[in-house]
Design a protein around this ligand. Structure first.
Ligand code: AKG
Length: 278
């Protein structure tokens, strides 16, 4: 599927064949969905933020029983993960409701609420990730002509995701699996049914979090940078939501939400009720 230019939010771009493909595979690969100027602005900002130190005390005071295992900046070898992107810079706001992506998001998950937004950069030597999914297949279904899923993740490829760059990998159809996977069957592409999502800078991967997924190793030495905006259904309570232990990463303090557009405020409505510090 190729998207040439960003489409207005109101245009009915989602076709039956898109719903069919998402339902059958558990994901859609939107090629060329990010406008080049946006991609460059996002990539520059991730690169800048990765070089900064981030003071977690401000967001995660020990007195609130925060999550030391989920700091803002996580560095493991040549991999850098930044959690809570929207706290860092308004440059990241645009992906809350990116015009070419949100018609699919809201079709598959009406009134989606944004959870965490994070980046992952990989360099040479980063190994294969572990297979995982956010929700079990029981949380995915198709009823009354509509997709029903607890969570939809949207992955913005800011650089090429080649097979040796550490690209995302999925098991198409695993969001409907009836047999529990045993990860001892194989790591990465060795797990039966694993397919690499090979993409270009500017592509977006939209998938149900009931789908098994992971990332491959980076052996090329080319920097691979993706952004992840994960969304939950409004009836789902983000785990531990009222507690800062989780809302630390997910919830934005009121002064950050104040700058959002109306559409972005709607997409983060639950945050208005979460315990946060300003
Ligand atoms: O970055 C990758 O390659 C995989 C990331 C992933 O699966 C995740 O963050 O849940």
């Amino acid at each position: 599927m190729t998207i040439a230019t960003p489409t207005a939010l109101t245009e009915p771009v989602v076709r039956d064949q898109d719903r069919y493909l998402f339902d059958v595979q558990g994901f859609l690969h939107l090629r060329g969905a990010i406008a080049e100027a946006d991609r460059l602005a996002l990539l520059d900002e991730v690169t800048r933020q990765e070089q900064l130190e981030h003071d977690d005390n401000r967001w995660n005071p020990a007195s609130w029983g925060g999550r030391p295992d989920l700091p803002t900046k996580m560095v493991e070898g040549a991999q850098i993960r930044l959690n809570g992107l929207l706290r860092m810079s308004p440059v990241f706001d645009r992906c809350i409701d990116y015009p070419t992506v949100c018609p699919y998001l809201y079709d598959f998950l009406p009134n989606a609420q944004l959870g965490n937004a994070w980046s992952i950069s990989k360099g040479k030597g980063v190994g294969i990730g572990g297979w995982h999914s956010g929700f079990p297949p029981a949380d995915y279904g198709f009823r009354n002509g509509r997709i029903h899923t607890r969570s939809v993740n949207t992955v913005y490829f800011l650089t090429d995701n080649g097979p040796d760059d550490g690209c995302m990998t999925v098991i198409p159809g695993s969001h409907k699996a009836n047999i529990q996977v045993d990860t001892k069957w194989g790591a990465g592409l060795d797990l039966p049914g694993a397919v690499p999502v090979i993409g270009k800078a500017g592509d977006v991967l939209v998938f149900t979090e009931s789908l098994l997924h992971t990332g491959l190793a980076n052996t090329s030495g080319r920097r691979r940078v993706n952004l992840y905006y994960n969304n939950a259904s409004p009836d789902f309570r983000i785990p531990g939501m009222p507690s800062i232990a989780f809302s630390y990463n997910y919830a934005m303090p009121p002064h950050i939400r104040a700058r959002f557009t109306e559409r972005q405020k709607q997409a983060t409505e639950w945050m208005a009720f979460a315990k946060t510090i300003d």
